[in-house]
Design a protein around this ligand. Structure first.
Ligand SMILES: [Zn+2]
Length: 215
């Protein structure tokens, strides 16, 4: 039997479930390998939390992060935007489409807030806290702090982009921040997964398996 200490979420703790949407699961427009495998893990995990926030990537048609919005560009190329480097993606998670809907098997009826991000046509937003211009807040920081929440656990899709950016921003904003490693899946583009784990560790973000979180 494992003797590892178990973490028990309290009223000052929230689970942030990042982008568990059709678009990032098998058959989606930007499918993360094995993306849907996080769904049963997150459903079980979420029962341990009184506070749960969901996020949805939520782009207008023709969004600046789509390769098709830039003449002569292909998906997964890196370009320079006014706010910095931007990976170009296949068109995904367009507002109101099936691709943008939460996965049908995600069962967290007690989730209290859905943060939609990436809705400004010219700016991407991997992070649930701040858009890619690094200036425009989503409001999540204020929401959590006004509710007295100081500790967050982050899970979902994809580990090396939206989960990592959300966790890094949470840490920078002063939250005690944990990534639930088996409740995430990665895209892993040119070593992005290893880089993400390095950046998270360097920032003081903790890693934890879902089995160490007590319900
Ligand atoms: Zn997106």
């Amino acid at each position: 039997m494992s003797a590892s200490p178990r973490v028990r979420p309290d009223a000052a703790t929230a689970l942030i479930v990042v982008d568990v949407q059709n678009g990032f699961c098998t058959g989606g427009h930007l499918a993360v390998p094995g993306g849907e495998a996080v769904v049963p893990v997150i459903n079980r995990l979420a029962r341990a939390f009184g506070n749960v926030v969901l996020t949805q990537d939520w782009h207008p048609a023709g969004h600046a992060s789509f390769a098709g919005s830039h003449a002569g560009r292909q998906p997964y190329e890196l370009i320079q935007m006014p706010y910095g480097p931007q990976v170009l993606w296949p068109e995904h998670c367009v507002q109101g489409t099936h691709d943008a809907a939460l996965h049908a098997d995600l069962a967290i009826p007690h989730a209290q807030l859905v943060i939609r991000k990436g809705f400004h046509a010219g700016v991407d937003s991997y992070s649930a806290f701040q858009e890619a211009d690094r200036r425009t807040p989503t409001g999540l920081d204020g929401y959590l702090k006004q509710r007295g929440i100081g500790k967050v656990f982050v899970c979902g899709l994809a580990t090396d982009f939206c989960v990592a950016w959300t966790a890094l921003d949470a840490r920078a904003l002063g939250f005690d921040t944990w990534v639930v490693e088996d409740a995430c899946r990665a895209i892993d583009l040119n070593g992005s997964l290893a880089a993400a784990w390095q950046n998270l560790a360097a920032a003081g973000v903790h890693r934890i398996p879902s089995t160490d979180i007590a319900g």
